[in-house]
Design a protein around this ligand. Structure first.
Ligand code: FAD
Length: 278
């Protein structure tokens, strides 16, 4: 296979415009599994790791947003300033694979693969992230809700790639939790990101449907029936968990049963809501 190693976003755009079939390589933690275990044979590869713009992040204080380059590895999100600004993303990053996987794996790759079990994705959903996409016709911004269109399917057009992700810096609490078949190095069988602000919660569910699911009925019910400044009582928590469970659309597969997944997202959401008041 041929491997191109561009050093700028413009060069990546040129390479993909000339060859829309080329395969992007970021950390390679998904792609190389495809190559080594599933017989994928990309003819032309465009490696992104020398494009420094994709490996940086910045804060816009006036807009109260943070923009993270698609090539920033999880290891950089786990601790330090990024973790302080986006605690839910840090929690999600810490659950990804092993230190080696987190040193190489990126949000751009999570979005490229677009698995419903991707750990970065519920965080992007709960925070209403906007995905900055670049292609031969310039840049466009896609809301996360419109980006993921099915199991391992996204809204990228041929020759387009993810440049960065922009998230709001919210006042409030945010957290991420997942369950899997063991405690570490595990793909989620169910995951939840919860963000609580003054007047509402946002809840996004992973691995319980073809895409990441926002539990909007649970969000709306809680906003209407609970004063966010006070600790929820047992009945409120139970109803909230029930509505979260109802939002899920899980399946039985080799990792878990639909029934367990449905139960698990209710428990995780209830725990996160409780934790947000501790
Ligand atoms: C042992 C192991 C454990 C893992 N554990 C977890 C886990 O716990 N949680 C989890 O979520 N994932 C896990 N993964 C999967 C993987 O690490 C993540 O999905 C990671 O985010 C992929 O990022 P990457 O940079 O390595 O992507 P790559 O493998 O380089 O690329 C993945 C796909 O995205 C495309 N792509 C890459 N960059 C872009 C871009 N900028 N724009 C558009 N498309 C792009 C590629 O062409 C490819 O199709 C694991 C993988 C392994 C091997």
């Amino acid at each position: 296979m041929s491997v191109a190693i561009p050093t700028s976003v413009g060069e990546v755009v040129d390479l993909l415009s000339r060859n829309p079939q080329a395969t992007l390589l970021a950390g390679g933690t998904d792609l190389m599994v495809e190559v080594n275990l599933h017989g994928r044979r990309p003819a032309d590869v465009v490696a992104l790791n020398r494009v420094s713009e994709l490996r940086s992040w910045s804060v816009d204080s006036s807009r109260r947003t943070i923009t993270i380059g698609s090539g920033v590895p999880y290891a950089e999100m786990e601790t330090g300033e990024l973790a302080r600004l986006l605690p839910a993303l840090a929690e999600a990053a810490r659950t990804v694979g092993s230190p080696q996987i987190r040193a190489a794996g990126t949000l751009g790759g999570n979005l490229g693969t677009c698995s419903p079990a991707g750990d970065g994705l519920p965080v992007l959903a709960a925070l209403d992230a906007v995905i900055d996409v670049v292609g031969p016709n310039g840049a466009r911004q896609i809301r996360f809700a419109d980006f993921m269109v099915g199991v391992k399917r996204n809204a990228l057009q041929p020759s387009e790639f993810v440049r960065s992700v922009t998230l709001p810096l919210v006042e409030g609490w945010q957290g991420y939790a997942k369950v899997g078949t063991r405690n570490a190095m595990v793909i989620a069988t169910a995951s939840v990101c919860l963000v609580r602000t003054n007047d509402r919660v946002a809840v996004a569910l992973g691995a319980v449907g073809p895409t990441i699911i926002r539990a909007t009925d649970a969000e709306t019910w809680l906003a209407a029936n609970h004063t966010m400044s006070s600790r929820p009582n047992t009945d409120t928590l139970a109803e909230f968990a029930r509505l979260v469970r109802d939002a899920s659309r899980p399946i039985d597969d080799h990792r878990s049963t639909a029934a367990y997944r449905r139960h698990a997202v209710g428990v995780l959401a209830q725990r996160l809501l409780t934790r947000s008041y501790s």
